[in-house]
Ligand binder design. Structure first.
Ligand SMILES: [Zn+2]
Length: 93
């Protein structure tokens, strides 16, 4: 198994423990409590919210949103979301 494969597996196992769902779809988010909040760029990642009143284009985090909200340095947000969603679609076990 490659280093990347083992890292993916370890991350998937952690995220399964953190989420009630089996590997959720992730999105970029604005977390008011994370470092670099108010900078106008996403500073966290969180599972996609399924609440019908939560517009998908709204990156905010509200009471309707699922846990966890993971603070991430802004330059890594889009990359991590893309990676995690790619792993999800590849069915990492
Ligand atoms: Zn929500």
């Amino acid at each position: 198994m490659s280093t990347l494969d083992s890292a993916r597996r370890a991350a998937s196992e952690l995220l399964r423990q953190e989420t009630s769902e089996d590997l959720p779809e992730w999105r970029a988010a604005y977390d008011d409590e994370a470092p670099e909040s108010g900078s106008g760029v996403p500073n966290a990642i969180t599972p996609v919210c399924s609440d019908e009143d939560h517009e998908p284009s709204d990156g905010g985090v509200y009471a309707c949103c699922p846990e966890p909200v993971i603070p991430v340095p802004p330059p890594l947000v889009d990359y991590l979301v893309a990676l995690l969603n790619a792993d999800r679609n590849d069915g990492v076990r």
